[in-house]
Each structure stands twice: as C-alpha cells, then as structure tokens.
Design a protein around this ligand. Structure first.
Ligand code: SF4
Length: 170
C-alpha cells in the first residue's frame, strides 16, 4: 500500500474530522429507543435485543423507560384512536433530534384494520423517518430499518419533523 499522507497521520494517532461529522457519528452510534410497544410487532422488536440478533452491535440495546432519555420511537403495532394522544405525548417528551420508525403494516398504514378504531398510519400523529414493511416484520427487517436510519443520520439527513416544519414555512 502506498504511504499516503493520511496513512502516516493515522500511524501517528491523528484523525482529522469536523465537529459536525463527529457529532453525527456519536448520534448514529448510540440511538436509544423508547420502551414502547403496541401489539404483536412489539414481540419481534423485543427479540432484537437478544443474543441472536444483538442490536447492541449498533449501540441501540438501551431501550429507555423514560422518553426523556430516548431519541428513537419504534411504533411497533397498530395505533388505536385512544392511544394516539398518548403516543403523541411520549413523542413530544423525547429530546431533539429524535427519530421515528413505523414498524409493520399496522403502524405504517393501519394494515388489515381498516376501521374507525385504528389510525390508518402513524404518520397522521407523528412524522415518520423510516417505514419497515411486513406483518410482522422480521427482527432482521427492523435491524435493516435501523441501519437505514443510521445511514440517514451519518449523511446529515434531518429528522422528518424538521423537514415537515421547513416545508410549511417555505
Ligand atoms: S403488522 Fe401484523 S404483526 Fe404487526 S401489529 Fe399489525 S397485525 Fe400485528
């Protein structure tokens, strides 16, 4: 391998980056989900913390009991009309920047529950960054969704709620 200038810097223990990139690296490497499950999809969500799927590889095993310590809401299951204001309150209590994954057909679009009692897509309640398809999605699918979210954060993508706010202003 050619002895480039970068290589010799690394050999000397020096890394060059920007504060912005370093912050983004920290954010994508420590996404903490809120402990929040609504229906059958939540069982698949819980399984990603086990040794078989090992979400700890991505720094996201710390499901927080308080929304104040979480920056990711995984909406795992159908959202009833009754639950919608509670979900919105939990989301509002999360510090910024915060992210939302709609996990499964029910959270994304109401799924098979095409009726008055179920919200036909959680994006009616909170802005969604990543949709994970399936009924239920496999744990691998949820991990893929989290990897997509990490890519979005690393590339400087804004949370969906900021995009929505800016579009309204513009
Ligand atoms: S998408 Fe399927 S598995 Fe998930 S909450 Fe709906 S019915 Fe249950």
């Amino acid at each position: 391998m050619a002895d480039t200038g970068d290589k010799s810097l690394i050999e000397r223990g020096i890394l060059l980056t920007t504060v912005e990139r370093m912050v983004r690296w920290g954010q994508k490497s420590s996404i903490w989900p809120a402990t929040f499950g609504l229906a059958c999809c939540a069982i698949e969500m819980m399984s990603v913390t086990g040794s078989r799927y090992d979400i700890a590889r991505f720094g996201s095993e710390a499901f927080r009991a308080s929304p104040r310590q979480a920056d990711l809401m995984i909406v795992a299951g159908r959202v009833s009309q009754k639950m919608a204001p509670v979900l919105r309150t939990v989301w509002e209590q999360m510090p910024e920047p915060k992210w939302v994954i709609a996990m499964g057909a029910c959270a994304s679009s109401g799924g098979v529950f095409d009726n008055y009692a179920v919200i036909q897509g959680v994006d009616h309640i909170v802005p969604v960054d990543v949709y994970v398809p399936g009924c239920p999605p496999t744990p691998e699918a949820l991990l893929f969704g989290i990897l997509k979210l990490r890519e979005k954060i690393a590339s400087g993508g804004k949370p969906k709620y900021l995009e929505v706010t800016e579009n309204r202003r513009g």
